[in-house]
Write a protein of this length. Structure first.
Length: 607
């Protein structure tokens, strides 16, 4: 059977630990360095196999667990219809009636090897059980406070075998800290807490406090609503039967509600994640104990791996509000996009729009430039060159900048990190020889930068296109500016053409030759020049207002904020997918990096 992704991740984690251990053995590592790690791997592999078998099963397992003599078996018998089957289960308050072995009640499991060797299987027909809405089997578990090691081990294994844990606690033992320690491995499970033998006078805050401590102990567990079972021995025999039947119905209803719309995979998924987390913490703790310096160095190297994308992004988009360069470049891009969306037919609006973008930062010098001022000419030329260079630089950064910044960061800090890891591992293994372990001729690369750059470029185009002035607005403003110019400038043009056609008619003999000759042009160009200035003035005023709106600081700030958020999301997604990471063909370094990459990113589920 092919394991599902979470257990597949667990197997990769185990393989990574074992590979890291194997690579350091030729360097001088002994059993003291590896015995504890390999033992933890073997135990974790067994736990994963049991969870995999349980998840693949078609019947849900319900375990009744808790301290010794808490009434677990008694409550379990309430869900069994068969009298003969109930008699086979020992119940009572004395030690002789305590559950000795983990008892499996129900049809045999599809894979019997999933059961621990201490399990005593009791075959039963499904008709023997109360209907809980889904096919079920039951586990009667030895007490959590058993002194016998085999029984205590069976109790711990039941925490993994069951899809639903019914935690039975006596009301007088709610403050017992050992109960919470026992429930800690059930983190990620679905737990139904049952307080048995409650008596009149017990206050609700005591129950609420127990429930809260249980949730704090197993934070990833789904702790259901607390169920109260009164001390039935305090009731009169006539009342006891009715009370027992009522409690039986409440217990069955609570279990039915807990299992409603659930399957084995969905119930065990959080528990699998919790087990992985426990193993990951144990491996990290064991490596830190055996290889303290190397563990810290490898962790720092992998942490730096995760910071490369973020630091490259800060270099590209600025790290704080005082960095105005990206904001200025974004305003220039917004104005350029506004010009691009303005139709070519909007003449001369679009021409002066392009000129204004080119001379941005020196528009105040244009009136002096028209009067022939040499300093204004030089200042305007410098502004045009500067704007062209900034626009070209921003376009280059948008298309290749993130990759270039990341590669620069790697060159500056990756090799020193590898050298520190070498030195730390040599110190932990107490190697006297100074031969290189990793860095001699090593080839290291940082994969995923091409994907990062492609998504970054696409994000730039998308956000600029979203926040720039829309095409309909650009067409509308261009049409208004163009119309404003031609409404004023058309009249001297028409007058000039009228004189022109009159002169043509006189020359061609279409007019009376006896009249005075028509001379053309007569003061035509001064009229045209004056009309041009009169027409340009209102259009340029409108153009300045529209440009200030199209490339406003607020619009650039919105673009920058969206770019930062979008890039952080892209980097986080690529890191979780394992696409942004250090790669190497050197076996020792590859084993250590692979292990700490898995430990550093516990939520990744790689394909």
């Amino acid at each position: 059977m092919t394991p599902d992704p979470p257990l597949d991740f667990s197997s990769r984690l185990i393989a990574a630990v074992e590979a890291a251990v194997q690579t350091i053995r030729p360097l001088g590592a002994d059993d003291a360095h590896s015995a504890g790690l390999l033992r933890r791997c073997a135990e974790f592999r067994q736990r994963c196999e049991r969870l995999a078998h349980q998840r693949a099963g078609r019947r849900l397992a319900i375990a009744f667990l808790g301290p010794k003599n808490a009434g677990k078996t008694t409550l379990l018998t309430w869900l069994i219809r068969s009298k003969s089957l109930r008699k086979r289960l020992q119940t009572g308050l004395d030690s002789a009636s305590a559950t000795e072995r983990l008892t499996w009640i129900g049809p045999p499991p599809e894979n019997p090897s999933a059961l621990p060797s201490s399990a005593l299987q009791i075959l039963a027909d499904p008709a023997d059980f109360v209907d809980l809405g889904v096919p079920c089997t039951f586990l009667d578990v030895p007490g959590a406070n058993e002194r016998s090691h085999p029984r205590a081990q069976a109790a711990r294994e039941a925490l993994e075998l069951a899809h639903l844990k019914v935690l039975v606690v006596e009301a007088r033992h709610l403050e017992d800290a050992a109960i919470l320690d026992y429930a800690r491995p059930a983190d990620g499970s679905r737990i139904l807490p049952v307080v048995n033998q409650t008596r009149p006078g017990q206050e609700q805050p005591d129950f609420d406090s127990f429930l809260q401590r249980l949730r704090n102990t197993a934070p990833r567990a789904t702790v259901l609503e607390l169920l109260h079972i009164p001390d039935l021995l305090l009731l009169e025999p006539a009342e006891r039967a009715a009370a027992t039947e009522r409690c039986r119905a409440e217990l069955a209803s609570a279990i039915t509600h807990a299992l409603k719309d659930c399957d084995s995979g969905g119930l065990l998924e959080p528990q699998i994640a919790a087990v992985e987390g426990q193993f990951r913490d144990a491996v990290r703790e064991e490596f830190l104990r055996v290889f303290p310096a190397a563990s810290r160095a490898a962790g720092d190297l992998v942490d730096h791996e995760g910071e490369v994308g973020t630091k490259a992004l800060q270099a590209l988009l600025g790290g704080d509000e005082l960095d105005q360069a990206p904001r200025i470049a974004l305003r220039q891009q917004l104005r350029a996009l506004f010009q691009e969306r303005t139709p070519l037919l909007c003449f001369p609006w679009r021409t002066f729009l392009a000129l204004s973008n080119l001379l941005h930062g020196a528009l105040d010098k244009v009136p002096f430039l028209l009067m022939g001022s040499l300093p204004s000419l030089l200042s305007s030329t410098a502004a045009a060159v500067r704007n062209l260079a900034r626009d070209r630089q921003f376009s280059s950064s948008r298309d290749t900048g993130l990759r270039q910044q990341a590669e620069l960061l790697l060159r500056e800090s990756l090799q020193p990190g590898i050298e520190r890891l070498e030195s730390a591992l040599r110190s932990d293994l107490r190697l006297r020889e100074r031969q290189p372990l990793f860095s001699d001729g090593i080839q290291v690369a940082f994969e995923g930068l091409d994907v990062l750059q492609q998504r970054s470029t696409a994000l730039f185009h998308r956000i600029l296109a979203r926040n720039a002035v829309s095409r309909p607005a650009a067409v509308a403003t261009g049409s208004v500016g163009t119309l404003l110019f031609w409404v004023i400038f058309i009249w001297p043009i028409l007058a000039l053409y009228q004189d022109y056609f009159a002169a043509v008619g006189h020359v061609a003999g279409l007019r009376d030759a006896g009249g005075s000759p028509v001379r053309f042009p007569v003061e035509g160009f001064p009229v045209i020049f004056t009309g041009l200035l009169l027409a340009l003035a209102p259009m340029l005023i409108l153009l300045l207002v529209v440009l200030a709106w199209a490339g406003s600081r607020g619009r650039a700030e919105i673009c920058l904020r969206q770019l930062q958020i979008g890039h952080h999301e892209i980097i986080a997604e690529l890191e979780n997918q394992g696409l942004l990471r250090i790669r190497t063909s050197q076996p020792q370094l590859r084993a250590w990096l692979n292990l700490y990459q898995l430990l550093a990113r516990p939520d990744r589920r790689e394909a």
